[in-house]
Design a protein around this ligand. Structure first.
Ligand code: ATP
Ligand code: MG
Length: 596
């Protein structure tokens, strides 16, 4: 089914930062974007200075930086001035431990205020921050601490006991473990974060920081294989700032909520850095997902800009019948909400339209990766939305579709690639390097890094097409694309069509080898509550998909599965569906949701 373009006839409540796409794209330069930040004397640039101290220096220290909602629903505030003091103290703590420039500081914390202190204090000290998701089990924690050369770990007593203590002796490089909250005295080889903080001075002079100094180490989501460590530098802040203005339309008066955990790149770049650099109030949800809780946070915290993920939106859709006494959104005052964006996985058109119908605002999909460090392609506040499209390249970003070879990746012949300019033609998405938050390395994997570039392009590993007007459409990851009877099928198209069926909550689609067709399309489907998995429903779904997609693309087999495997950042792990189906080794499962 073709979805209608969503035109924005109603004037937005706030004038968007980007009003004329073509003109802004044509006139934009990264050096001008850099000039919007303060920088250090002598040309230095430090993320934490831009995110915190700069605001205090210009008289905005009293503004609320963090609005922390505890699991029981009570909320507390941290002002920019308080955050400046705390992060300075933490920088002193690191310095007093002999931890300096380039040393790796890991966090293994829930979304508590101390996490923000540790992140920004580490950056002030010119050390490198690597956030770990607090639900990781002992193996992924150990793997990452080892691979990332962790010298300091900031965590809690409970997390340390459960996930690190037993492995400590094998982590020779891990010199200091700082325990937030009580319990350090009972844990040999640890120090009390709170005591060290209390003893540290509140003023810290950030050392000169080169824009090229390493700032952040982020592990990828592990959707397609073992997670890779992507290295980012302080200059990335230029891109965080500019893209949050354009793609999230952040204005200083916004109350902003990014639902991604700072253990992932989205939660760090757009949950911590970008909004603080913009000087907005950031909502920090210390609790877990729950539909009512989320609506309550949106309403009570008067959230104006909301950045979330397709899987979260689909969970809300599932929990939110459209009418009747259970009409959840209608019972909350969402009148402050003015802009919604989503990232991480393809956003099915139905979810875009659901936003429009149920929340009164369409969802603006955008695309990027851990490697790119910032949003690359987006739907903008002032522009029409073509549901199902991830939008157009950000100002400062040159994107192209490259012709693919038989392996589903860009074809490189004698070092040259071919740019595909036929509208609608599918190929690998490539980006012209040069934006500030581009990753500078895969940690300890030079070969893999170099293999990601060809002929002056960075190759993303994602297949897309571009329509005649320049909108990009996601087809699938190169590893997930299915070749069936001469057709190249992107799982997203099939999943999206299945999710339009009223019984379907989510779907994951793979290719299953077949002697005749090469592969046949198989769909794993999870159903909405109260829907029974029956042979009749299976037939109905097969027919429904066939009518929408045609026989060449529609799934030939459907399996019901209420627990589709996902990464902890919420992405369907198609490689695991495929491995299970074919009885193959399951590979790295460190980021599998629900794993210990
Ligand atoms: P790994 O690289 O370890 O397999 P990952 O690619 O999922 O994991 P991330 O860097 O967190 O790790 O995710 C980036 C990827 O997520 C993109 O390359 C793309 O495949 C997918 N993605 C992100 N945003 C979108 C979007 N708006 N539409 C479609 N896919 C998206
Ligand atoms: Mg990836």
């Amino acid at each position: 089914m073709a979805w209608e373009t969503i035109h924005k006839h109603v004037a937005p409540r706030v004038r968007p930062n980007l009003t004329d796409y073509d003109r802004t794209w044509a006139e934009f330069t990264w050096s001008r974007a850099r000039a919007a930040l303060e920088g250090q004397p002598g040309g230095g640039l430090n993320i934490a200075h831009e995110a915190v101290d700069r605001h205090v220096g210009s008289g905005r220290g009293g503004k609320v930086a963090l609005r922390c909602v505890s699991p029981d629903g009570t909320a507390g505030s941290v002002t920019y001035a308080e955050l400046a003091g705390r992060t300075s103290r933490f920088a002193h703590v690191l310095r007093s431990l002999g931890v300096g420039r380039g040393d790796r500081v890991f966090t293994l914390l829930g979304r508590c205020p101390e996490l923000y202190t540790a992140v920004l204090g580490t950056l002030k000290n010119t050390s490198v921050l690597c956030p770990l998701f607090s639900a990781f089990g002992p193996d992924p924690v150990e793997q990452r601490l080892r691979l990332g050369d962790g010298r300091v770990l900031v965590t809690t007593a409970a997390l340390y006991r459960r996930k690190v203590a037993e492995r400590r002796t094998s982590l020779a490089g891990l010199e200091h473990v700082l325990i937030v909250g009580p319990g350090a005295e009972d844990l040999p080889g640890t120090l009390s974060f709170d005591q060290l903080m209390a003893a540290a001075p509140e003023r810290f002079t950030i050392p000169p920081t080169s824009p090229e100094d390493m700032a952040l180490l982020h592990f990828t989501s592990g959707t397609t294989g073992a997670p890779k460590g992507a290295v980012h530098v302080h200059e990335a802040v230029v891109a965080h700032h500019a893209t949050a203005a354009y793609a999230l339309d952040l204005h200083p008066e916004d109350v902003y909520w990014c639902t991604a955990d700072p253990g992932w790149v989205t939660g760090m770049s757009y949950g911590v850095i970008a909004p603080l650099v913009h000087g907005v109030t950031v909502v920090v949800d210390e609790g877990e997902y729950d539909a009512r809780r989320w609506y309550r946070i949106l309403a009570e915290q008067r959230v104006s800009v909301w950045y979330t993920a397709p899987t979260a939106l689909r969970m809300l859709m599932r929990a939110t019948p459209r009418q009747g006494p259970h009409d959840l959104p209608a019972s909350y005052d969402l009148s402050r909400l003015r802009f919604i964006a989503s990232v991480g996985e393809p956003l099915n058109p139905e979810a875009v339209v659901w936003g429009q119908e149920v929340l009164g605002l369409p969802v603006h999909d955008n695309w990027w990766q851990t490697e790119t460090g910032c949003i690359m392609i987006a739907n903008f506040a002032a522009c029409e939305i073509r549901p199902g499209s991830m939008g157009r390249p950000l100002p400062g970003v040159e994107a192209a579709v490259l012709s693919c070879g038989g392996d589903g990746r860009a074809r490189v012949t004698d070092g040259r690639v071919t740019v595909e300019d036929r509208p609608g033609a599918e190929g690998e998405l490539a980006l012209r390097p040069g934006w500030p938050s581009m990753f500078r390395a895969y940690l300890h994997d030079k070969e893999r890094y170099e293999a990601a570039f060809a002929d002056g392009w960075y190759l993303t590993g994602d297949l897309v097409s571009r329509d005649a007007d320049g909108w990009f459409w996601f087809v699938g990851r190169a590893d997930d694309v299915i070749k069936s009877a001469g057709h190249l099928i992107g799982p997203f198209e099939v999943e999206s069509a299945l999710m339009e069926h009223p019984a379907v909550a989510e779907a994951g689609v793979i290719g299953r080898p077949d002697p005749v067709a090469g592969n046949i399309v198989k769909a794993f489907v999870s159903l909405r509550p109260d829907v029974q998995a029956t042979p009749a429903l299976e037939r109905d779904l097969l027919g429904f998909a066939r009518r929408r997609l045609g026989p060449a693309v529609a799934p030939r087999e459907i399996a019901f599965d209420q627990n589709l495997p996902r990464t902890r950042s919420g992405k369907v792990m198609r490689r695991l569906l495929r491995a299970r189906e074919l009885g193959l080794p399951t590979g790295d499962l460190s980021t599998l949701e629900g794993s210990a």
